[in-house]
Design a protein around this ligand. Structure first.
Ligand SMILES: Cc1cc2nc3c(=O)[nH]c(=O)nc-3n(C[C@H](O)[C@H](O)[C@H](O)COP(=O)(O)OP(=O)(O)OC[C@H]3O[C@@H](n4cnc5c(N)ncnc54)[C@H](O)[C@@H]3O)c2cc1C
Length: 538
């Protein structure tokens, strides 16, 4: 039987990134994937006629440009196009629009409050300062403050230096920012309810927290710290859907000599004498390698695919306690034409951006109350986009694909599995929400894929369908992600590594966990590093 240098488990974009950098260093690598397609949550799927759905992730910003360049993803077909603007429809028939043009945006905000329009500059500068602080750590391993390793001490000094450089007031602000709620953060700048509601959405996407929960200001940052074409905070589409990201990374991996095996689900990671020796597949086959890298989430890796007896008891307990809660659903809709939103002027650029349908902070929090009660939000927060307005490759001419990301949608309904009636009712709540502002929308629906966290878990294997592979709260970030003492991508068993979104710097289509883990593995194997170091900001 052939023995590989490394097996990477899971062909999501992080597993593929990890595999690509290992293969570029000359390692003989196989990446095994349980599904008959690759991409995990960064995938384009053809589920209805000639429509391609980005059926999990739908927009791109976090993907590190250093990785894009190092893997030459443009040569493997990846094209990212920025989109801009967003709109929040109001119950009184008005709307609040946010535009790429700063003058237009200022005037729109001033229509509601000149105070808010003036405050936006400060808000933007303060938030961007936090972005620049954190962005520097995305493509590096989080230092362990309890270690005396020279590399950790050096990195701790570097972080400390950056922190001190911020100046006294901003140091206070930074600590507050990392721990406060998005509602409190926005209250410090703005007075208008709809403007706060519009901005607060980025603080709750993907979390099982509400706008008033501590830690959600950081989640907002997580959604602002990416870039498209060098514009920090911008979001874009991958032409052909988010699968184009994974496919291009797979192209780079295969070009470097890597082997990709689909329909090769891992049943067990095999450990002998405290070291991994390979994996046993669900079909009974075994693959051998002295290095196994898991791109699955931390619970699936250690609680499902490993024997408890191979792990230290305290570590196992920590994994059990890791917070990874399902809170988001998704609808992917094929449309016979473009729905109209009569509140908007004809031909408005706002059709090209995100659309939202909750206009007050009270309604945002109430949506979370439903989740706490074990049910889906009856007045849901929906982040809706029509990607085909920017990328016509995803639907036939004249037709459209609509992507609806939904907060909140629980993993279980009142503590038990979803019934098909409940799933339909969840889908209806989202469709009704949009139809309130678009009278022709319902008649244009040709097909709708309704996805609860349970469906997402069943398809991609993410525990509870949590989009980030674990909450992005302070207790689970940096040197605490995923488990204190194990934040440097190494597992508790020799030769075992982690490279999925449960590791630093967390979820989103960023590719940083996969790349950072590859750097550590290559260092352990004393191979030349193929992973870019942080290029830093301008
Ligand atoms: C509904 C939804 C919407 C999102 N929207 C966005 C967005 O718009 N923008 C954004 O940046 N991020 C978004 N995210 C988050 C982002 O997509 C994920 O954080 C990211 O894609 C996770 O990548 P990963 O490679 O770490 O893991 P995954 O994509 O989860 O990949 C893990 C892979 O492992 C495979 N696997 C699991 N178990 C096994 C096994 N036993 N054997 C073999 N293979 C196995 C899975 O099939 C999967 O391919 C969204 C996520 C979801 C679910």
């Amino acid at each position: 039987m052939k023995t590989y240098d490394a097996i990477v488990v899971g062909a999501g974009h992080n597993g593929l990134t990890n595999a690509a950098f290992l293969a570029k260093a000359g390692l003989d690598v196989v990446c095994v994937e349980k599904n008959d397609y690759i991409g995990g949550a960064a995938v384009s799927r053809n589920l209805y006629k000639d429509w391609w759905y980005s059926n999990c992730s739908y927009v791109c910003s976090l993907l590190r440009p250093e990785i894009y360049r190092a893997l030459e993803l443009h040569k493997h077909g990846l094209q990212l196009t920025p989109f801009g603007g967003s709109v929040t429809f109001m119950e009184n028939g008005d709307y609040y629009g946010s535009y790429q043009d700063t003058e237009v945006s200022y005037r729109e905000m001033a229509r509601f409050s000149r105070y808010d329009a003036d405050a936006y500059k400060t808000y933007s500068a303060d938030t961007m300062r936090q972005c620049r602080f954190i962005r520097d750590f995305l493509l590096s391993t989080a230092p362990d403050p309890t270690s005396f390793k020279p590399s950790d001490i050096k990195e701790l000094i570097r972080i400390g230096g950056k922190f001190l450089d911020m100046g006294e007031d901003r140091m206070y602000d930074t600590i507050r920012f990392w721990t406060m709620s998005v509602a409190e953060y926005l209250d410090e700048y703005f007075e208008t309810d709809v403007i706060k509601a519009a901005f607060s959405g980025s603080g709750i996407i993907g979390t099982a927290l509400g706008i008033h929960s501590p830690g959600t200001a950081y989640v907002l940052l997580h959604h602002y710290m990416g870039e498209v074409d060098g514009n920090v905070g911008s979001w874009g589409f991958a032409r052909g859907g988010m699968g184009a990201v994974s496919n291009s990374i797979a192209g780079a991996f295969q070009a470097a000599g890597g082997e990709l095996r689909t329909e090769a689900g891992v049943d067990q990671i095999i450990v002998k004498n405290g070291k991994v020796t390979g994996v046993a597949l669900e079909n009974g086959d075994e693959i051998s390698a002295p290095v196994v890298v898991s791109a699955m989430d931390v619970k699936r890796t250690f609680l499902t695919c490993m024997d408890k007896n191979d792990l230290p008891a305290s570590f196992h307990k920590r994994v059990e306690n890791f917070k990874i809660r399902g809170s988001s659903g998704k609808l992917n809709i094929a449309l016979d034409g473009l729905p109209t939103f009569p509140a908007l002027p004809e031909g408005s650029s706002l059709y090209h951006g995100d659309m939202h349908f909750i206009d007050s902070m009270e309604r945002m929090e109430r949506a979370y109350d439903d989740w706490k009660d074990g049910t889906w939000s009856k007045d849901p927060y929906v982040d809706m986009l029509i990607p085909t307005l920017s990328d016509p490759t995803m639907a036939p001419p004249g037709k459209h694909f609509m992507s609806c990301f939904v907060q909140y949608c629980p993993y279980q309904v009142e503590g038990r599995a979803w019934t098909s009636e409940e799933k339909d009712a969840f889908g209806k709540s989202v469709i009704d929400q949009i139809a309130k502002y678009s009278p022709d929308f319902k008649d244009l629906i040709l097909h709708a894929e309704i996805r609860t966290p349970q469906d997402i878990e069943a398809e991609i294997g993410i525990t509870e369908g949590n989009i980030f592979h674990g909450e992005l709260t302070m207790d689970q970030l940096l040197f605490n992600r995923p488990i204190p003492g194990y934040a440097q991508y190494r597992g508790p068993v020799g030769g075992l590594y982690m490279c999925g979104s449960s590791t630093h710097p967390g979820g989103g289509v960023m590719a940083a966990p996969g790349a950072n883990a590859a750097r550590e593995i290559l260092s352990d194997l004393k191979r030349p590093n193929t992973v870019p170091e942080n290029f830093g900001d301008d």
